[in-house]
Write a protein that binds this ligand. Structure first.
Ligand SMILES: [Zn+2]
Ligand SMILES: [Zn+2]
Length: 271
């Protein structure tokens, strides 16, 4: 395993309404190609196939069961199961709390093929996950975040390399535990505050400048929202751009001068 050339590449960076940005999902890759897909929304399979035309999805992890993060799973199932001489069975690392939800929302459909004979889970090597999992000699920690019901959304980290928040309100207590080793912090963030996600004003209030410097923000509302986040001094994820996972030492971190945003209260809790 080449752990020196790890990158994260976003396939999409938008929230559930931001069609042009694609559904938020990313791929951990190295110089050999894709290693792990994180989330699989409606737009993810198309984006993966155009980004890696000769590669299969080797493994995947899902953060939660909103359709902008799992809406591509049925398509992936059909892609796998209808491939001639089908053999590839990607590892599917799934937080154990999400299994009943995925069963209800996708896997329980009674007729996956008209001719019968196939279950949804036949296409995958399902690996239920609690605290973390091993994959290619790397250990990934998994932890609950703050998005809708307790224990219904999860983040993932590869210590020393990256921390991926998933959809969440601010989770400073989790970063203290799982993003304390120079990890790149890939974090949910939009402009408008709401009960399910992080907003620019939350970043200023809940996190430290040292953490701001390590953040790459995703799951924003629009290109215009991304521009506003950049104007506030933050790095914003762009679709189909690879971000090398070179851990930033605290000494490399320069101070951000970011002015507090004006806050407009527009409460709703989209996916
Ligand atoms: Zn969500
Ligand atoms: Zn979402």
């Amino acid at each position: 395993m080449d752990m020196q050339n790890l990158s994260i590449r976003f396939l999409g960076t938008g929230n559930a309404y931001a069609q042009s940005l694609g559904n938020s999902a990313c791929v951990l890759e190295n110089s050999s190609g894709p290693l792990l897909l994180i989330d699989c929304g409606h737009s993810t399979i198309n984006a993966f196939e155009s980004t890696y035309p000769n590669a299969k999805i080797p493994a995947l992890f899902v953060t939660h069961a909103h359709y902008d993060h799992i809406g591509g799973l049925e398509r992936l199932f059909y892609r796998l199961i209808t491939t001639p001489n089908y053999k590839h069975q990607p590892k599917f690392f799934c937080p154990v709390e999400l299994l009943p939800l995925l069963q209800q929302r996708i896997a329980n459909y009674p007729s996956n093929l008209a001719e019968g004979g196939v279950n949804f889970w036949d296409a995958f090597h399902l690996i239920p996950v609690a605290d973390g999992f091993w994959y290619q000699n790397m250990y990934f920690n998994v932890f609950p975040v703050r998005h809708h019901n307790p224990n219904s959304a999860f983040g993932i980290t590869l210590r020393g390399h990256f921390f991926y928040s998933g959809d969440t309100k601010p989770i400073p207590e989790i970063l203290v535990q799982f993003a304390n080793s120079g990890e790149i912090i890939l974090h949910d963030c939009g402009i408008e505050p709401n009960p399910a996600h992080t907003a620019l004003s939350d970043l200023h209030r809940e996190y430290k400048p040292e953490q701001w410097q390590r953040m790459i923000l995703y799951h924003y509302e629009s290109e215009a929202a991304g521009t506003k986040l950049e104007a506030a001094g933050f790095t914003v994820a762009k679709p189909n751009t690879a971000y090398p996972l070179v851990a930033k030492a605290s000494s490399d971190v320069k101070k951000i001068v970011a002015s507090p945003p004006s806050v407009s209260l527009h409460y709703c809790s989209p996916n």
